[in-house]
Design a binder for this molecule. Structure first.
Ligand code: HEC
Length: 139
């Protein structure tokens, strides 16, 4: 009896370990693809170090919103663009962020996964499904 119990425990730990590893690999792949999107579409304004340009383009490194839990807001900025001229962490930025609506759901998830966990940022990944669901509600 005890043997059977132990076998199940070992099996469970093995499966949990393998699925955690698979998930880590998926996130790493998304991060790598997101970096490519960033270099092609975002870096020109937000800069390689994520620091942005003072008074012109908001920084993404150490930003409250980028590290925050309102992922839908971040998805919206990319799909619809962003030029609200509201204070971001106490500063105003005068440039206009163009919509990047041509990006696929996966590319948006990837670039957000990248910016949320690069530089000093330590927020969790964004999935394709989250982008799909948020996008379908945007007008
Ligand atoms: C033409 C320049 C430009 C490009 C290209 C650009 N952005 Fe932006 N981004 C801005 C500006 C300007 C703001 C602030 C807008 C405002 O204050 O109204 C901003 C704001 C943001 C914010 C909000 C930051 C915060 O702290 O609230 C995020 C997130 C963001 N951009 C991500 C991206 C991503 C990801 C890409 C690439 C897909 C991108 N941006 C491309 C100029 C740009």
């Amino acid at each position: 009896m005890q043997r059977i119990y132990l076998t199940f425990v070992v099996l469970f730990l093995f499966i949990a370990g393998v699925s955690a590893q698979t998930n880590n690999k998926l996130v790493a792949a998304s991060f790598a693809r997101g970096k490519t999107v960033y270099l092609q579409r975002c870096m020109v304004c937000h800069q390689a170090d994520g620091g942005g340009v003072p008074k012109l383009n908001a920084p993404l490194d150490a930003s409250t919103a980028v590290n925050g839990s309102d992922v839908a807001k971040l998805i919206k900025y990319i799909v619809k663009g962003f030029a609200d001229r509201v204070e971001i962490d106490g500063e105003l930025y005068s440039n206009v962020m163009p919509a990047a609506a041509d990006l696929k759901d996966e590319q948006i998830a990837d670039v957000l996964t990248f910016i949320r966990s690069h530089w000093s940022n330590k927020a969790g990944p964004v999935t394709k499904l989250q982008v799909k669901q948020t996008r379908s509600k945007l007008k």
